[in-house]
Design a protein around this ligand. Structure first.
Ligand code: B12
Length: 411
């Protein structure tokens, strides 16, 4: 084995498993999250009755969204969400070759065709969603042993070969890892034999890129892309990955211990890694697996009672062309407040406005001061002067005296 991580403390694993299980209690249509279910299924969870209930809710929601009974104003799940749903169906060992199942497989293939056209013949365009979702969708079909046309795979190959995987303006390790997992699946399944050697080469190129992206802190990219990166390397280890996996695995366990994983998406990608599993293990998952969660040993540490003190956070808004800030003010909030709470406070005090959209990762900032980004733009979150935040508004907690910059950026 060329990609192992150091053994995890079992109490720590139990604690994060419980954390992820807790997210399963949220079952409103907007909060149903197939990624959480998949992460748990690759980690000998959830218990059988929790499982049936959640999976059935997912199935009803997704089938209904794409049926003729779907409500007009109700937004349809995106391509990537549909792909995650298909992974969940596999994780629950449900049959996809039913009438309703086939309809969703067809829908996903249709989404991919559309994206292929957007990317265009000479690769001059971009997918409407992202190469991350494009790859995830091919992976989901591959896991179900469904073939996609060579042309669709070629777009991903081209993007991989030409380093087009970006997150904002930086190389996206998450996307590279997702694509590498996809290529591993395609290679093992033999679904696109004509592309086999090109797939192997692109996949190796991606994993080398991931290794190159190891940071001094011991992450592949950043802490939140490391789980998927480890999955990619575990699924197809390189001889030179052995030490890197140990280092990054160790750093991740430390980060986990320190409470860095507050968001369910990266956590759902990490938990399988702690069980030495990757998305590819869904192919032959055993649904009669024994599912037990060891009881949590008593923690010796007593919770610290903190005095509520206020901290000062500055909030600046920078539009596309303006040299002047559209907004620049200080706010006093209780220590430990999230950035979202700062934004709410600012909005309450007047002169500031914002809007969000619910995603599987939580609230995504969609408008600031009434300005919505145009195509291929977004509201980037930074710590002044120019350090991009690695968490969204619901998870990031500003420090005393910090200045947060919301900047309209292109990607
Ligand atoms: Co981003 N992003 N992103 N992102 N993004 C990732 C989710 C990830 C994990 C990458 C990483 O650092 N390793 C982190 C989150 C880490 C964490 O949870 N702690 C991340 C971050 C930090 C950000 C930013 C906060 C960066 C910044 O500004 N400093 C901003 C969000 C700012 C805001 O709220 N306005 C940001 C922006 C983007 C862009 C470049 C705009 C695109 C999204 C637009 C697009 O798809 N064209 C983007 C992508 C593509 C991703 C990526 C690679 C894939 C997301 C996806 O498609 N998921 C993930 C990687 C990953 O998840 N491992 C990182 C699959 C679909 C099925 O799930 O929920 O429907 P979904 O997807 C939507 C949300 O994920 C949303 O956009 C998706 C499309 O609508 N989204 C969100 C994207 N990023 C983020 C980040 C947060 C915090 C939230 C709440 C939502």
């Amino acid at each position: 084995q060329f990609c192992e991580i150091p053994p995890a403390n079992s109490n720590l694993v139990v604690r994060v498993t419980q954390q992820l299980l807790g997210w399963m209690d949220r079952q409103s249509p907007l909060e149903l999250n197939p990624s959480i279910y998949v992460g748990l299924r690759l980690s000998k969870q959830p218990s059988q009755d929790q499982d049936d209930f959640y999976l059935n809710s997912l199935m009803i929601h997704y089938q209904q969204s794409f049926s003729s009974l779907a409500l007009e104003h109700q937004p349809k799940p995106s391509m990537g969400q549909l792909a995650l749903y298909l992974l969940a169906v596999r994780g629950g060992c449900r049959d996809i070759d039913t009438r309703k199942g086939s309809m969703l497989v067809t829908q996903l293939k249709y989404y991919l065709e559309e994206e292929k056209h957007r990317i265009g013949h000479n690769h001059e365009g971009y997918p409407l969603t992202s190469y991350y979702q494009y790859s995830l969708s091919i992976l989901a079909l591959c896991i179900h042993n469904k073939k996609v046309p060579g042309h669709v795979v070629e777009k991903l190959l081209h993007a991989a070969e030409h380093n087009l995987f970006l997150h904002g303006s930086q190389f996206s390790v998450d996307t590279a890892a997702m694509a590498s997992l996809t290529f591993s699946c395609l290679k093992d399944s033999g679904l696109n034999p004509g592309l086999a050697s090109r797939i192997s080469r692109a996949s190796k190129h991606l994993r080398n890129k991931i290794l190159e992206e190891e940071t001094p802190e011991g992450y592949f990219g950043n802490i939140y892309s490391s789980p998927l990166a480890l999955q990619a390397l575990m699924a197809a280890p390189l001889p030179e990955s052995e030490q890197a996996c140990l280092r990054v695995g160790g750093a991740l366990l430390k980060g986990l211990q320190a409470g860095a994983f507050q968001n369910p998406i990266p956590l759902s990608q990490l938990l399988p890694v702690l069980h030495h599993k990757t998305y590819l293990d869904l192919i032959q998952l055993d649904c009669n697996d024994k599912r037990v969660l060891d009881p949590l040993e008593e923690d010796a540490t007593t919770p610290q009672t903190q005095e509520l003190r206020n901290i000062r956070v500055s909030l600046r808004v920078q539009g596309e062309f303006e040299t002047m800030f559209l907004h620049d003010e200080q706010y006093f909030v209780p220590e430990g407040s999230t950035l979202e709470e700062v934004l709410i406070k600012a909005q309450e005090e007047g002169r500031f406005m914002f809007g969000t959209q619910t995603t599987l990762s939580g609230p995504f900032l969609t408008s600031v001061m009434g300005i919505s980004p145009r195509e291929r733009q977004y509201w980037q979150l930074l710590r002044a002067p120019d350090t991009p935040l690695q968490q969204g508004i619901a998870n990031y907690k500003p420090q005393d005296g910090e200045t947060i910059l919301l900047r309209l950026a292109s990607w």
